[in-house]
Design a protein around this ligand. Structure first.
Ligand SMILES: Cc1cc2nc3c(=O)[nH]c(=O)nc-3n(C[C@H](O)[C@H](O)[C@H](O)COP(=O)(O)O)c2cc1C
Length: 194
């Protein structure tokens, strides 16, 4: 019997991160991206602040953003710490992904909701997208690499002081085989029944 639980459990267990550099450049239809955004919008939200925001890049805008990101990395990393492979990875990610969703947290002014809870609500929205992407057989990664969490990125994205980048979601397709699920700590060791 195929219950709703079986369906969602299969999607949750099957989801695996795919690096943007392992994507193949194939384009996702915009309607699919819109479907994912509508799932994000159903995340739980304390005080109904709905703090998730999305900036979506595709096509030439994504490639331009990749160049800006790579340049930002290069210019803001001390010479002895710069890694060419890292810079090239940022460029390649923008070449191979279909879409980049920059997910940010919009801090509600004068909110009684703790910052951590607004961040948590956005993280739940991100997971909704990742699960929807799995159900649509898309490749996806939640990345905070490169300059994603650096103050220079906030400036580039014109975020206000209290707002935060929560993740860069690269979406696309891949030709690579799916990795097996791997968890280091068993669920029993993370659980205490009382
Ligand atoms: C907040 C957050 C940030 C992440 N940032 C990166 C990243 O910058 N680069 C990366 O390769 N993976 C990143 N990941 C993905 C993890 O590497 C991945 O979830 C982990 O390896 C487990 O694999 P799975 O997603 O396939 O279960 C991030 C995940 C989270 C939750």
């Amino acid at each position: 019997m195929n219950t709703n639980f079986d369906t969602i459990a299969h999607i949750i267990r099957a989801r695996r991160t795919v690096k943007a550099t392992a994507m193949n450049g194939q384009k996702i239809p915009q309607s699919a991206i819109e479907q994912l955004l509508s799932l994000a919008d159903h995340a739980p939200t304390h005080g109904r602040t709905e703090p998730w925001r999305f900036k979506i890049y595709t096509g030439s805008a994504l490639k331009e953003f990749g160049q800006e990101h790579a340049q930002l990395y290069w210019e803001n990393t001390p010479e002895d710490k710069r890694v060419e492979i890292k810079r090239d990875g940022l460029l390649l990610s923008a070449e191979r992904a279909s879409h980049l969703l920059i997910v940010t947290m919009k801090r509600t002014p004068n909110s009684k909701i703790p910052l951590m809870e607004e961040y948590a609500a956005v993280a739940a929205a991100v997971q909704n997208i990742l699960l929807g992407a799995e159900a649509l057989q898309l490749a996806a990664i939640w990345s905070t690499g490169g300059m994603a969490l650096k103050p220079e990125m906030k400036t580039l994205l014109q975020l206000s002081e209290e707002d935060q980048v929560v993740g860069f979601l690269y979406l696309g397709y891949t030709d690579e085989p799916k990795r097996e699920p791997m968890r280091r700590i068993s669920i029993d060791d993370k659980t205490h029944w009382v």
